[in-house]
Design a protein around this ligand. Structure first.
Ligand code: SF4
Length: 234
């Protein structure tokens, strides 16, 4: 058997060496990404965002494992991906007029006693004051956004097909936001994500300051309604 393989030995050895080299390079790359991520989490500064996003997504399975090994939570990994996507999309988002943007928020943000009903385009909020969705919707509509309060991703896809926004703000839990941004990238829509400050199935909370901070990107301060001016300072 060995004698049969003898003529191919140099090729087999070369393949073996290349495999080891690639494996070592991937591990080194993983450590570099881990260090950059740890720095980003600690300092809030993101170095080489393009490289980080490509690396973290390309090596997602391995990176999640390394994160766990070094004491990070899975949520740290997802959070940094969302932050990276937002950082990279920020400039393009600012260039898109508000009238071509839409906001999608989950209906789990509403109060348990919400009197609104579900319609063809999502929940028709009555701005009853029982939760902050009504105020958020009003503020965002004042700026010129289309706002949808939706029970799931099928509504989002339908509204995107119907209104063809060029940019969206997606509010939701960590995994939803990460997957939503990835889906938007695939269909050429600039997406910015805002992760809920509290998760669950009912009465969740959005990070409204972050929603308004993103919503005001690229908006002429002179056109910002008085009641929203305070968010320009955030
Ligand atoms: S503000 Fe809107 S979403 Fe919130 S409870 Fe009232 S009707 Fe429902």
């Amino acid at each position: 058997m060995l004698s049969l393989l003898q003529p191919y030995m140099p090729v087999i050895i070369l393949i073996g060496e290349l495999t080891i080299l690639i494996a070592i390079s991937i591990v080194i790359l993983g450590f570099i990404l881990l260090l950059l991520t740890a720095y980003a989490i600690k300092s809030g500064n993101i170095l080489f965002p393009r490289f980080m996003r490509a690396g973290l997504l390309f090596l997602e399975g391995m990176m999640r494992g390394m994160f766990r090994l070094f004491g990070f939570e899975d949520s740290d990994f997802l959070r940094i991906i969302v932050t990276l996507q937002n950082t990279l999309n920020r400039k393009a988002f600012m260039a898109i007029p508000v009238t071509d943007r839409a906001v999608f928020m989950p209906q789990c943000l509403r109060s348990n006693a919400c009197p609104a009903h579900l319609h063809d385009e999502g929940l028709k909020c009555r701005e009853c004051g029982l939760c902050r969705v009504g105020e958020g919707k009003r503020f965002l509509e004042l700026l010129g956004y289309r706002v949808f309060i939706v029970p799931g991703s099928s509504f989002i896809k339908r509204m995107i097909k119907r209104y063809r926004p060029r940019a969206i703000i997606g509010i939701g839990c960590l995994l939803e936001v990460k997957e939503g941004i990835e889906m938007s990238t695939q269909i050429d829509i600039i997406a910015m994500g805002v992760v809920n400050s509290s998760d669950g199935c009912v009465e969740t909370s959005a990070d409204w300051d972050q929603v308004y901070r993103i919503a005001l990107l690229g908006v002429d301060p002179k056109k910002v309604p008085d009641e929203m001016k305070k968010y320009l300072e955030l």
